[in-house]
Each structure stands twice: as structure tokens, then as C-alpha cells.
Design a protein around this ligand. Structure first.
Ligand SMILES: Nc1ncnc2c1ncn2[C@@H]1O[C@H](COP(=O)(O)OP(=O)(O)OP(=O)(O)O)[C@@H](O)[C@H]1O
Ligand SMILES: [Mg+2]
Length: 417
């Protein structure tokens, strides 16, 4: 096994030019020829497009937005602990880390082949071929791996997964899972994912990612972490709503929400089914006070052989809920003033996208606030008072949603209590 630190160091010392030529591949199809800066991993030029119809969503027919797509594929600079990992490995950027793994991911079927090498999807892809957890371990607990002082494999799908939370892909009994961890805020984000799952279960909703809790040792201490099974496969890719809208011209008269539904229905998704999931997500996010349903936290499954969108991806990433990063839990009318990062700026206004007549059987959530409280107390060091306030807040939000479903325009902030 080669060591990523040694290889990157050799490349830095090499007198050869820093420019490299790569073929962007979709499985084994040659999609485009690009020029890359080997040191920074940045995609500098799109030299030729061979198969425009195989380009990733949102890159334009001439591949104009491929550099942005590539950059977004790498770990974002906002990822906790990224800078330390890069400096320990000796990589200039997270795009260099991504290039080291040929840009392969567990999100889709794209990768980069150096022009002077003959490589095949079957031999490389992470869906079928096992991978080392070395890089993932470093990304979740940098000190632990360094202490071992062993060779470090850098070939990993953990180099191509976005999001701010520390995370790594792991294989358990042959199944790939995304493990996410945060050590501050009582590790509430991890437990929140499971709380959201319990709510979907009670409501009888099927299309969600089932998160489970485990613990992980970081800096010698145990913390809760969440594990979610892979929802993509060698057949289906994930395409985020952001990607869908990246190169789409939206008329002034149309909302981003409607534009998204229109665009995906043009690409094969059933509009009515999409609407149902979007509305369900808005309503359940409201109950939980999810501030982060941005365009990369929702998306679609794409059949890469048939070349069509199949369905919405299961609901995932519901960790930024229940005021996980706030000391004071708001109540009553303050719950109608929550700012969110989604189709509207105010959470209550998101409900305007839910059509008249849409229903949700809220009676199924009667004991849900108590279950959420029990999960928080059982899995975190959170004081009982805070968990109690969170449960009360869920109750109040459910009541507001019930008023909304009964025709009240709750975003007008009239007094109800
Ligand atoms: N179970 C899964 N199967 C396949 N892909 C997944 C899975 N979970 C997450 N992903 C992919 O990984 C990305 C990052 O995951 P996630 O959104 O959960 O991370 P996060 O750090 O919580 O994100 P954010 O910065 O939005 O808070 C997702 O946008 C999605 O593309
Ligand atoms: Mg996310």
C-alpha cells in the first residue's frame, strides 16, 4: 500500500509541470477532456466535451460550470478540522485530496482518469471495491491516526463528500454507511437524526434515510455519532436540487420552488410525487424547527443507464433541528420568527408552499415529544431541563401546524394563545 503523504511529497518535489490532463469519465464513458493543476487539484480548463448528454447536471452543454462542480465535489473549507488534516498530509487543498482518489465518490458515477493511464470503473469504484478507513479516520479524529505512525492510504470516498460536519464512509458487514459526528452542543445533531426518523416512522412516511446511533472515540473520549446506510448505488446517482437548478434560467414570475418541480418533471420525475415529498418535508421540518433544508440537503435519484430522474432521494440530513446550537429554546409566538436557509427566509412562510387540502395525521405524534426527550437524555449529557424544553417546543410547533392545516395563516403572527 502506498502512503498518501509520501506520494504527495514526491509530486511536490518533481521537476515535471504542475499541469495534468484528465478525462472526465461517467463509469467507462469518456465525457470530456480537462486540464487540472496537480498541486491544487483545481480544474482549470475544459478542453473538449465528447458526450454533452453525459455531463453532470448543471454544468451546461459545453461543460462551462465543470470547475465549479468539481470544486463543490471536494470537502468544503468550512469542514471542521480540514485545515489540520491537509497540513498533516501535505496536500495543498481538498481538491488535491479529491484528485488523489480519482474524484471517485459514493454519490454518483463520475471520476477522473489521467490521460496516460488506462483504468476501469469496475476496478476502481467504491460501491463495489472496499476502501481503507485511514483518510476517514483522520478526517474525524486527526490525532488518533497520527499516533499510529503507519502508512496512510488516501484512496477514499471520504474525500468526495460535502457538508460541514466531520464525517467518513465506513463499511460494516459489507454495507456502506456515512458516519457523522459533532463533539460540541451535546452531540445533539447525531441524536436529532434519529429523532427525525422516529417521527417519520410514526407518521408512516417511507422515503427517509434511517439513521442509527453509535459511539466513536475522539481524542480519547467517546461521543455519539450517526450512521446512515448508502442510498445511492451502482445503478442510481444522487443529484442535489442545487445541481438541478445550477444552469437553469428561472423567469422572474416563477419561484425557485416551482422552478425545481418544473425542471425535474422535464427530466422524468413525477411532479405530483415530488410535490408530496416536498410538502411533507416542509411540514415535518416545521415541527422540528429545521433551519437548514438548503438545496444540497434535498435531491433526486438519477438512473445513469436510462438517463432519467426516478424519484426524490429519501429525506436525509435532519440534524440541524431542535435548536441544537442555541442555549435558549424559544417558545410560543417566537417560534413563528425562525430564520431558515431554504426556499423562504422565514420558516413559517415556507408553509405557503403547502397546498390547501394537504393532510398529515398529527394525532400519531401524541407521544413523540416525550420520545424525543427520552432519546436526548439517554444518549447525551444534556440537562433534563433543556430536553424538557425541547419536548415542549415540539408540542407547540405541532399545535401551530395543526392550526395551519385548519386554515389559519400562522405566518401573520396573530395571537393564538
Ligand atoms: N446515506 C447516504 N447515502 C448517500 N449519500 C449520502 C448519504 N448521506 C449523505 N449523503 C451525501 O453526503 C452529503 C453530505 O451529507 P450531509 O448533508 O448529511 O452532511 P452535513 O455535514 O450534515 O451537511 P450540512 O453541511 O448540510 O449540514 C449529502 O449532501 C449527500 O450528497
Ligand atoms: Mg447536508
Amino acid at each position: 500500500m502506498s502512503d498518501i503523504r509520501e506520494e504527495l511529497q514526491m509530486k511536490r518535489k518533481s521537476p515535471e509541470p504542475r499541469t495534468g490532463f484528465y478525462v472526465l469519465k461517467h463509469k467507462d464513458k469518456d465525457v470530456a477532456m480537462v486540464q487540472v493543476d496537480i498541486g491544487t487539484g483545481r480544474l482549470e480548463y475544459v478542453l473538449a466535451v465528447y458526450l454533452p448528454e453525459e455531463l453532470p447536471f448543471g454544468c451546461g452543454p459545453d461543460g462551462k460550470y465543470l470547475p465549479e462542480w468539481w470544486k463543490f465535489r471536494a470537502i468544503p473549507n468550512s469542514r471542521k478540522g480540514l485545515r489540520q488534516v491537509l497540513s498533516r498530509i501535505g496536500a495543498e487543498t481538498s481538491q488535491a485530496l479529491l484528485l488523489y482518489s480519482y474524484g471517485l465518490s459514493l454519490t454518483d458515477h463520475y471520476w477522473m482518469q489521467p490521460v496516460d493511464r488506462e483504468l476501469y470503473w469496475d476496478d476502481l469504484n467504491f460501491y463495489k471495491n472496499d476502501f481503507s478507513e485511514d483518510l476517514g479516520n483522520l478526517l474525524t479524529d486527526s490525532e488518533e491516526t497520527e499516533r499510529k505512525g503507519l502508512k496512510l492510504s488516501g484512496l477514499s470516498p471520504s474525500a468526495s463528500v460535502n457538508g460541514d460536519m466531520k464525517k467518513k464512509w465506513v463499511i460494516r458487514d459489507g454495507v456502506r454507511f456515512l458516519l457523522k459526528v459533532n463533539i460540541n452542543h451535546y452531540s445533539q445533531q447525531s441524536v436529532n437524526e434519529v429523532i427525525a426518523c422516529r417521527m417519520h416512522e410514526r407518521l408512516g412516511w417511507k422515503n427517509y434515510v434511517s439513521y442509527r446511533l453509535e459511539t466513536i472515540k475522539i481524542g480519547g473520549l467517546q461521543y455519539p455519532c450517526s450512521l446512515s446506510p448508502l442510498f445511492t448505488s451502482e445503478k442510481t446517482e444522487f443529484v442535489s436540487a442545487y445541481q438541478i437548478l445550477m444552469d437553469y434560467k428561472i423567469s422572474n414570475a416563477m419561484s425557485l420552488y416551482e422552478a425545481l418541480i418544473l425542471r425535474v418533471s422535464e427530466k422524468g420525475a413525477a411532479a405530483e410525487k415530488v410535490r408530496r415529498q416536498m410538502e411533507y418535508t416542509i411540514m415535518t421540518d416545521f415541527i422540528l424547527s429545521n433551519t437548514d433544508r438548503h438545496l444540497n440537503n434535498m435531491g433526486f435519484l438519477y438512473d445513469s443507464e436510462q438517463r432519467c430522474l426516478m424519484d426524490m432521494a429519501p429525506i436525509f440530513d435532519t440534524g440541524n433541528i431542535l435548536f441544537y446550537d442555541q442555549d435558549v429554546i424559544p417558545h410560543r409566538k417566537n417560534l413563528l420568527d425562525i430564520e431558515v436557509n431554504s426556499f423562504s427566509r422565514r420558516e413559517a412562510e415556507m408553509l405557503r408552499y403547502v397546498r390547501k387540502g394537504t393532510a398529515l395525521d398529527l394525532s400519531r405524534l401524541r407521544d413523540f415529544p416525550d420520545e424525543a426527550k427520552a432519546l436526548l437524555l439517554h444518549n447525551t449529557e444534556m440537562p433534563e431541563e433543556r430536553a424538557g424544553e425541547i419536548a415542549e417546543m415540539i408540542r407547540e410547533k405541532t399545535e401551530y401546524l395543526s392550526m395551519f392545516l385548519n386554515g389559519k395563516k400562522i405566518w401573520k403572527r396573530e395571537r393564538y394563545w
